[in-house]
Write a protein that binds this ligand. Structure first.
Ligand code: ATP
Length: 306
């Protein structure tokens, strides 16, 4: 698989405090990678290292296959755009003026493309309005337009939906999805708003105390957080035989209780069991929430909530 970013045992220490403690992760090309962790887990630290704002204490990372110590890393960084913490803009300027400043900073030869970029983020008709008078959602979208100057194919967004109202969240989600699908831009998005991320991401990296504790595709995570049935029966040994025959996954909890990882019609389940001499006493549908999954993973002790 092609990775745009790979880290290997990456460490960042502030004196003896380990903000990143041997972090190993891979961001596949074309992914929307959700980088999830509680406050202080190390998400922004990783982003700062990748963007070259700070240097690692140990370990390594590769951007488009270029090691962070390689002289060509500056060239590899030209393929990335980032909005770290809050977007960097000039509040007294309007959107077009901000974009021109960014073009000039990047040394781009002409201002062609500015209109198209502002259209993309729905800021093309903001006229002379100064950015300091924008809503938070507008400023975040301008941040993305600024990050898109130079035509990057990896966009790194640090908490892009923090503080946005519901409409702003929907606009941000749609923008990210369209950039990913239509322009094939890979995203690395740090967030602790799990239910919102779940509507977007193709991959998750769960981080805690500077370590990656799990990397999993959205597909696999959906399967783990799927709906299941908690059943009470007269005999789970018979239930197990019936489930084996039906090819259904299950977990026996006791002689009378089990989880079934398939949503049956109650009448169908009851008939299949009673044909073998087992009665169905009760059925409850359950669903593991993403939030609970994450909390189980990192443990509830210490730390702030995700
Ligand atoms: P948040 O969601 O709150 O932004 P985060 O996962 O992005 O959290 P980081 O900003 O990466 O967390 O910080 C990780 C840890 O490193 C925190 O405990 C933070 O206090 C610490 N830290 C970050 N920068 C410094 C610094 N310059 N000096 C000392 N400690 C730092």
């Amino acid at each position: 698989m092609d990775y745009v970013l790979e880290t290997n045992g990456l460490c960042k220490y502030y004196r003896r405090f380990k903000a990143l403690d041997g972090l190993t992760m891979q961001v596949p090309k074309g992914a929307i990678y959700g980088f999830v962790g509680r406050n202080g887990a190390g998400k922004t630290t990783l982003i700062r290292l990748v963007c070259g704002l700070q240097q690692p204490t140990g370990g390594e990372f590769f951007l488009y296959g270029t090691r962070h110590t390689d002289r060509k890393i500056a060239k590899a960084r030209r393929h990335i755009g980032a909005v770290v913490e809050s977007p960097a803009y000039y509040g007294d300027m309007n959107a077009v003026e901000n974009m021109k400043m960014q073009y000039a900073t990047l040394g781009l030869p002409s201002y062609d493309g500015i209109d198209a970029l502002l259209k993309l983020v729905h800021l093309h008709d903001t006229g002379k309005k100064r950015v300091k008078d924008y809503s938070l959602g507008m400023r975040q979208r301008l941040g993305i337009a600024l990050a898109l100057c130079g035509d990057p194919d990896l966009l790194i967004l640090d908490e892009p939906i923090n503080g946005l109202d519901p409409q702003g969240i929907i606009e941000m989600r749609e923008l990210i999805l369209s950039l990913n699908r239509e322009k094939n831009i890979t995203f690395l998005i740090s967030s602790h708003i799990l239910e919102e991320l779940a509507k977007l991401v193709t991959h998750y990296g769960f981080i805690d105390s500077g370590k990656l504790i799990q990397q999993i595709s959205a597909e696999e995570l959906d399967a783990r957080c799927r709906k299941y049935l908690h059943v009470k029966v007269t005999n789970t040994a018979i239930l197990a035989q019936v489930m084996d025959k039906l090819g259904t996954e299950y977990e026996i909890l006791s002689e009378t209780e089990a989880y079934l990882y398939r949503i049956f019609q109650i009448s169908e389940l009851s008939a299949a069991l009673s044909a073998k001499g087992c009665d169905l006493l009760s059925v409850t549908e359950r669903e593991e929430s993403l939030e609970n999954y994450f909390l189980d993973l990192v443990g509830n002790a210490g730390g702030e909530t995700a």
